[in-house]
Design a protein around this ligand. Sequence first.
Ligand code: 7PJ
Length: 288
Amino acid sequence: MSAPVYQCGRFKFERTRPLVMGILNVTPDSFFDGGRFFERERALAHARRMWGDGADLIDIGGESSRPGASPVTESEELDRVLPLVETLAGAGYPLAVDTRKPAVMRATAAAGAAMINDIGALSAPGAIEACAQSGVGVCLMHMQREPQTMQVAPDYGDVVAEVRAFLEARARACLAAGIARECIAIDPGFGFGKTLAHNLQLLRSLGAFAATGFPVVAGLSRKSSLGAITGRDVDERMPASVAAALAAVARGAAIVRVHDVRETVDALRVWHAVEGKGEWTPTPLHAR
Ligand code: 7PJ
């Protein structure tokens, strides 16, 4: 059975409506907003704008995962994200931190981050323990191979069964290390070592992931699969992204990770009303 809540540190998300996680990249080289929000003040302003637009979580990432992106050192990543986490968590925002490094997990959780979003599903030595000790929510994402090579020749027998089995195994490892069941979310990792056909098959079968009982995170926003379908460049993929978010939620996604918060929230609120699913209550701020 589904847990009625997704617990992320001091934030308890009732699972009665989809949640929108707004993306805040603080890297000079991310594929869409890279560089634009590198300066701290602009990053803070963007986070506040997404919150005003109805975001439930702000996902802060200091290392680009795009194919061929250069790796970043621990201290550089901390320089990028920690001041933002301190300021925004201090102001009560629910924050996810997109990182693969246990030291970044520990420091940002101590500074009040609510969730750790790891595209490596907490595979680094010490990552699971860092999260278990701090009580944060975690998002376990599937990726085939590594960012440098993942799109060379993605290959699966049964993509849905393999991705789901991987995520269940990672969730079991988390449970065994003492992470609470209510703190775990899973994500099939759209675009991470997947062809368009794989992404579509995963999206169609999102119900198989939701059936695990863990909240399912879906990140399709402005990704190249949407470009392949529509023929649009990344700057013109907002409507496609909103459609993808709706399709994901209709198939059971609990959280959508998006660049375009205002448009996505409007679309989901209409869907929620049409489905007769009740009130849409905003997530409250919760200062540490
Ligand atoms: C995802 C992510 C995703 C989760 C990125 C991009 C690439 N984290 N981080 N799920 N994608 N959980 O935004 O296009 O799909 S970075």
